[in-house]
Design a protein around this ligand. Structure first.
Ligand code: FDA
Length: 403
């Protein structure tokens, strides 16, 4: 390659100082590689900073390949098995960062997500990693000996380039389509990106009865899909002004496709149809009061209105058929979202660089030696609960060990 004479030379340039990029840079630096990290943001790892409500759900003790969505579900196995939640936990413990398990294996910092950023920065410092921030990259070209990058702070050359610029979620804090643009430049296939782990919305007129319920939260079973592709989660559901959110809906949103229904069991442990019929002989209560012993009263009012039931009716006076219908509606409430809150609110981007283009051991592009994609840029998307960071760490390490 006819390298520009003034280009500063590195062994590795990592573009993106987020979770995967910093992890990759620290591992490569500590192997003695000369590493430069470039990011267009002024601050390191903004997403880590805001993650987990500021406490960063940094991994999940139970993380395994089944917790990830991808067109090729096997792809993530190798990296995940070689860098496990326990490996990251050992790092956390070495830095004496206090943490706790919230539920279902989700590990959070006791104090602040900043602890994780400081730890990754310290790990990079141990590897003498260099930084260009804020700094954009306008061009990447490939020659016989490596890559030449044009940056806002002058050209740099490197044998390896790692693209760690993430997905499209939360453009406000710096998300761009950089990884997909570079993928296209090198003729790599991309699995259509779309918002995931995102609140779902409903047509305004059909949502009207539920608007006053905004803020109500309850544990539900939520599912979507059919026999072959059914996904189901038991998590908290949150009513919002425009639709549904909370962990339950964020989880199911990653599996949901436009036009599909979601089904919510508002009382997963109760066969409400049976309870209502049984209550005919044992209660003098009206429908609204009876249901209020199972669900928040405001929610009962909204649901009865939406399903066309009069809450003042005495249960004893109602036909079994009507009671069963109501019970089934509560145990299997079917809704069709009209969309999602989009990248503005999505925690991650589903899709990305097609994994068939990459080595599952190293994240290197099969057709372009020296070019790597790690983290959320790749078509590997974790469930809610610390899985996305575990993928960022594991894929970052996989590349960091070989670049
Ligand atoms: P990441 O997005 O972290 O980093 C990409 C970097 O590239 C950024 O620093 C960005 O500035 C830079 N960049 C982008 N475009 C560029 C360009 N054109 N030029 C130069 N630099 C560029 N996950 C989890 O496991 N537990 C959790 O608690 C949470 N919580 C959470 C909350 C919220 C609000 C969001 C939005 C997301 C989460 N996530 C999460 C998801 C998690 O944050 C995400 O999956 C990882 O940060 C992905 O790591 P990456 O390193 O791939 O991208």
């Amino acid at each position: 390659m006819a390298h520009d004479k003034q280009a500063t030379q590195y062994d590795v340039v990592v573009i993106g100082a987020g979770a995967a990029g910093m992890m990759c840079a620290s591992v490569a630096g500590q192997r003695g590689r000369r590493v430069l990290v470039i990011d267009h943001a002024t601050k390191l790892a903004e997403k880590i900073r805001i993650s987990g409500g500021g406490r960063c759900n940094f991994t999940n003790l139970h993380a395994g390949p089944n917790n990830f969505l991808s067109e090729n579900p096997h792809f993530c196995k190798s990296a995940l098995s070689r860098y496990t939640p326990q490996d990251f936990l050992n790092l956390i413990k070495r830095y004496k960062i206090a943490f706790h398990e919230k539920h279902k294996g989700q590990l959070f910092c006791d104090e602040s997500a900043e602890d994780i950023i400081r730890m990754l920065k310290a790990e990079c410092d141990l590897g003498k990693v260099q930084w260009r921030m804020p700094c954009g990259v306008s061009d990447i070209s490939q020659g016989e000996q490596g890559f030449l990058l044009q940056t806002d702070q002058g050209p740099v050359s490197a044998k390896s380039v790692v693209i760690a610029t993430g997905g499209l979620s939360i453009p406000k804090i710096g998300a761009t389509d950089f990884s997909y643009r570079i993928a296209k430049q090198f003729n790599l296939k991309i699995v259509d990106p779309r918002p995931a782990l995102v609140p779902l919305t409903f047509e305004a007129s059909s949502w009207e009865p539920f608007v006053p319920l905004s803020g109500i939260s309850l544990e539900v079973d939520i599912e979507t899909g059919g026999k072959k592709d059914k996904a189901i989660f038991r998590e908290d559901l949150l009513f919002t002004h425009r639709g549904l959110s909370g962990p339950a809906v964020l989880q199911i949103s990653s599996f949901w496709h436009s036009g599909q229904a979601i089904r919510v069991n508002l009382l997963p442990e109760v066969d409400l149809a049976q309870e209502l019929v049984d209550a005919k002989t044992s209660t003098k209560k009206n429908l609204a009061n009876f249901l209020a012993s199972y669900l928040p009263a405001r929610l009962v009012d909204g649901l009865l209105q939406a399903h066309g039931f009069d809450g003042n009716l005495k249960i004893a006076d109602m036909q079994d058929k009507r009671l069963r219908l109501l019970g089934e509606r509560m145990n299997r409430w079917e809704l069709i979202p009209n969309g999602s809150e989009g990248y503005r609110k999505a925690e991650v981007t589903r899709g990305g660089v097609d994994t068939r283009e990459l080595s599952q051991q190293t994240m290197e592009v099969k057709q372009v030696p020296g070019l790597y994609f790690v983290g959320e840029a790749v078509d590997v998307t974790g469930w809610l609960g610390g899985f996305n960071f575990q993928w960022a760490w594991a894929s970052g390490v996989a590349a960091g060990q070989v670049v």
